[in-house]
Design a protein. Structure first.
Length: 94
């Protein structure tokens, strides 16, 4: 990993236990990997706009009011997504 700097971080016993458990169970290979993953998640969550419960409720109601969807099953949705991805892939070729 190029251009890496060491940083000392103080964690509560609860967080230390979570980090150790993640490594001991094999979910991560090191404590550093756990922290890097947590920071990536934190970075993504900060980039997302905050939505109030009222905003989410409004969007939910809009979705319901829009009527039934075009696709009747998750399999149909996946099929359409694959079709669109393949179409993009063909267009991207020289």
């Amino acid at each position: 990993m190029p251009d890496v700097q060491k940083v000392s971080v103080a964690l509560t016993p609860e967080f230390i236990a979570l980090v150790k458990e993640a490594v001991e169970t094999g979910e991560y290979t090191s404590a550093s990997e756990v922290i890097r993953d947590a920071l990536r998640y934190w970075k993504r969550s900060r980039a997302m706009p905050e939505m109030s419960t009222e905003d989410l409720h409004h969007l939910w109601q809009e979705g319901i009011a829009s009527g039934s969807g075009r696709f009747k099953s998750i399999d149909r949705i996946k099929l359409e997504a694959r079709r669109r991805a393949a179409k993009k892939s063909v267009k991207a070729r020289p």
